[in-house]
Write a new protein. Structure first.
Length: 193
């Protein structure tokens, strides 16, 4: 099984994510997408596949040195990256705004599928990969295949260091609240390793 979307926007998002994210962060983005897609399948959720894929692949680019803003939270910086990329792809303003919104909301309070399905799927996917939330709800064969294709490596420690850095430099951001709320313990307890 592959976890890519073969559209011009999908290929561009993968190219940009591959160019700017290291292998560990890129793997997280792909796994987050895959968990979100599988969750949607399991729950019969209709969603915009291209919007979700682009948002998932770009959601953490604000954690990379070229896109790390000294003033904006990383998810907002990543949302701006998505807007710029999708503008270049010819997406209308409203669709570009949706990509930004999906990325920003992945670090906010829970969003239900009824409120915003793509944001919900990104929250589900990232939570599964970062802290193991709902991992037991996925078929173990699916999870094993996903991890074989996109190994976690030292993702937990690497990601924790990135969000802790954000928390120190931007104490009012969502990453700071996440760290203060016990991120290290939740990441360490992830059954994915």
């Amino acid at each position: 099984m592959t976890w890519t979307l073969d559209t011009p926007a999908g290929r561009a998002a993968l190219d940009i994510a591959t160019e700017y994210a290291d292998a560990v962060l890129l793997g997280h983005s792909v796994r987050s997408y895959a968990f979100g897609v599988r969750y949607a399948e399991q729950h019969g959720l209709a969603y915009d596949a291209e919007l979700f894929y682009v948002s998932a692949l770009l959601h953490d680019l604000g954690l990379t040195a070229p896109f790390d803003s000294h003033t904006l939270p990383f998810e907002e910086a990543g949302g701006h990256v998505a807007r710029v990329l999708t503008a270049g792809l010819g997406w209308p303003v409203e669709r570009r705004a949706r990509a930004e919104e999906v990325i920003v909301l992945h670090m906010r309070d829970d969003v239900t599928a009824a409120e915003d399905v793509e944001s919900h799927l990104l929250q589900v996917g990232t939570s599964a990969d970062v802290s193991g939330l709902r991992v037991a709800d996925f078929d173990p064969a699916f999870t094993a295949d996903l991890l074989a294709a996109h190994p976690r490596g030292d993702f937990g420690a690497s990601f924790l260091a990135l969000v802790e850095d954000q928390a120190v430099r931007k104490p009012a951001c969502a990453a700071a609240a996440y760290v203060a709320g016990g991120a290290a313990a939740r990441i360490a307890a992830n059954p994915l390793g």
